[in-house]
Design a protein around this ligand. Sequence first.
Ligand code: HEC
Ligand code: CU
Length: 366
Amino acid sequence: MSDEPGLEPEQRLPVPRPPAEPAPVERFSGPPQTRSVELTPERAAQVVRQSSNARWVGFLTVVIVVLFTAIYWFYELAPLGFTEPRLDSESNAQQVTAVERGYNLYQANCARCHGKDGEGGIGPALHRQDKLFAHLSDDYIAAVMEVGGRYVCGNPDSLMPVWSNEGHPPGPLNYVQIEELITFIRAPSDQTYTIRDAELQEPKLDPVTGQVQTFKGWRDVDFKPAPGATPYPACWADEFNTASAAPSAAPSGSGAPSGSGAPQPTSAPSGSANATVVPVVAQGIKFTTTELTAPADAPFVIEFDNQDAGTPHNIEIKDSAGAEVFKGEIFPGVDKRQYQVPALKGGSYPFICTVHPTMTGTLTAQ
Ligand code: HEC
Ligand SMILES: [Cu+2]
């Protein structure tokens, strides 16, 4: 506002205008003095304090972000080999769980034929290092589970059924359970696992000691087959029929299955006409007679009757030191063979089935 004569019409009116009053300080376009307010010392101090607070806040934010990043880096990736990376330890934990579940599945479904520790029985042994090394691979076991025992040697009467629910006909186990079984069968022997309740996943306690029950994997991670060793045959039964003849019968060649490892030259055929006949029956993966008597110092005949349909058996006689004295031909039941056994010195000889080392008995020559 001003009173100078100007261009505006009302400024040219004759009526004198009241003297201009100073505008109140609060007005938007305040007089110059209100705009040039000086900071009081208190206000200045406050501004300084506040800005230092703001710097602290900024600093702490940066510190927190940096710390979080660093801690997360260690947690997630574990650089410099400090601990296990999280994903690794997570997958290890999952592997342990799979092995422990696989153990229960194995004990429930497979142990009755393959043995509690995979030592074999009706079915072939599974825990052997030479087999686990390459033969019993993930893919192979998965195929056996899906096709059943006939996948192994092409035997349509195989005693092992289809296990996978994707097989024909569908078996009882789903693909997760098959995975767990495979993880269990191939679990490394340098790790100890906990036996857990199949339902609750609680560790099982030994009823006597109260200790948590544990088991170890089968596969020795450091196992290397002997140099030049033949790989395990695709069909497990070939191991007994061809491969195992080699170590015992090297000098006598492929020859007769009977007496190939005998200490004395075999004279069985000539003596068999009037030789003693000892009957032996195998049934249910057992010898029904475990105590045999035969004449000493004379060849004799074992009439071996394999009553287990589809399951190969034989009789292998050892001396007291465990060396092989006689090994009969292995053949699947139901069938019979006459084994010509060479003369044995008086004494007692343990005998087994080569395929099923759990089938044992004692032969007494007297
Ligand atoms: C009824 C008895 C029986 C049961 C139960 C059984 N198997 Fe078998 N299994 C066999 C027989 C017999 C063979 C040999 C196949 C053949 O030649 O007929 C075999 C073969 C195998 C083989 C191949 C072995 C080799 O040396 O090539 C694997 C692996 C196997 N079984 C795994 C299992 C698993 C895992 C289970 C449990 C889910 C199981 N089996 C349950 C009888 C059984
Ligand atoms: Cu046998």
